[in-house]
Design a protein around this ligand. Structure first.
Ligand code: C2E
Ligand code: MG
Ligand code: MG
Length: 334
């Protein structure tokens, strides 16, 4: 096609550095294409659709072009509407946190809870994070949303401590976008200060993708959190590409073995081999392990025999609103 050749040529010509009084400047370009007559009969309609395609190109990365397709408008509309609704959700406090207990396999005690966000969206019921975290990340709204999560989780944990509840550590999920914008250190600090929570009662769940974009500032932040006693864990471990030795160097304390290895653990030889190897090598590096997604007590027993330190899953409890978690703790203690 003629225009695809043209786009590729534009991008490769423009990809070369520009010389600005001896300075080499790199600029990235994105191109959106709309074709007459199928994508619009007048200039206005064509520009509008080219812009939609441009937006898709930018989203896909740098130095790419995209050709308009009608489905792009549907996606864009969904994106724009969800962003508006998320902004409103922040203002009107439609988010809530549910807490899922984590069990220490050595003592059998509740060792902590993980805070998981929910969106009580008017007219839509309770929405799970899978349906909106992606858009929140793409739009950058995850930064103020993540800030709210940190504050609310620390506030709740401090309140439980003052009331004499012992749900253990509070684990909070962090998104890579919060790191990219460089505000996460400040957000953690102010959530701890505002709540008065002991930093040793806070755990931050990072993803392998956060650590793989490692640079000096990130290492400094992790070292500083670690020095304050904040525990660092790697969520969904095994789905990324990081090595254990590397995680250890980055001050990580704990691996959360991804649910995909745990489901069917008893029946799938391959997963048994992988999980055993993960636990053993984590151990030899003094890294703690917690298995996610336990739905069967036999799986927990098996993991205990393998030397896994902790478990979390529907078998023990689904994520619960604060009040229901208190009742759950009470029932368990009785
Ligand atoms: P995650 O951090 O790996 O959280 C575990 C997810 O597995 C939760 O889903 C939890 O409800 C579910 N789960 C727990 N036990 C079981 C089980 O036994 N079986 C099955 N099938 N599922 C189980 P949820 O709450 O829908 O959260 C999904 C993901 O959304 C989280 O995965 C996390 O990546 C993200 N997320 C949740 N809250 C936040 C947040 O506050 N900030 C950020 N950045 N991400 C969040
Ligand atoms: Mg998590
Ligand atoms: Mg996980």
């Amino acid at each position: 096609l003629h225009f695809s050749h043209l786009c590729t040529r534009f991008l490769s010509e423009l990809g070369a550095p520009f010389d600005l009084e001896g300075m080499q400047l790199f600029v990235s370009f994105s191109i959106g294409v709309a074709l007459h007559p199928q994508d619009g009969s007048d200039a206005e309609a064509l520009m509008l659709n080219a812009n939609t395609a441009l937006y898709e190109a930018k989203k896909a990365g740098h130095n790419l072009y995209r050709v308009f397709e009608p489905s792009m408008n549907v996606k864009l509309l969904h994106y724009v509407e969800t962003c508006d609704a998320l902004r409103q959700a922040l203002e009107q406090q439609q988010f809530e946190l549910h807490y899922q207990p984590q069990i220490d396999l050595h003592s059998g005690q509740v060792a902590g809870v993980e805070a998981l966000i929910r969106w009580r969206r008017p007219g839509h019921g309770l929405i799970a994070p899978g349906a909106f975290i992606g858009i929140a990340e793409e739009s950058g709204l995850i930064v103020p949303i993540g800030r709210w999560v940190l504050h609310e989780a620390c506030r709740q944990a401090a309140q439980w401590q003052r009331a004499g509840w012992r749900p253990g550590r509070m684990a909070v999920n962090l998104s890579a976008i919060q790191f990219r914008q460089g505000v996460v250190e400040q957000d953690v600090r102010s959530a701890l200060d505002a709540s008065g929570l002991d930093p040793a009662a806070l755990e931050l769940e990072l993803t392998e993708s956060i650590l793989l974009q490692h640079d000096e500032p990130l290492m400094a932040i992790l070292a500083q959190w670690s020095a304050r006693g904040i525990r660092l864990s790697i969520d969904d471990f095994g789905t990324g590409y990081s090595s254990l030795a590397y995680l250890k160097r980055m001050q990580v304390d704990r691996l959360k073995i991804d649910r995909s290895f745990i489901t069917g653990l008893l029946h799938e030889d391959e997963n048994q081999v992988i999980v055993r190897a993960m636990i053993q090598s984590a151990r030899s590096l003094q890294l703690d392990t917690l298995a996610e997604g336990i739905e069967d007590p036999l799986v927990a027993e098996h993991l205990k025999a393998l030397g896994c330190d902790g478990v979390q899953g529907f078998w023990y409890s689904e994520p619960l609103p604060a009040g229901e978690l208190e009742q759950w703790l009470q029932r368990r203690a009785a």
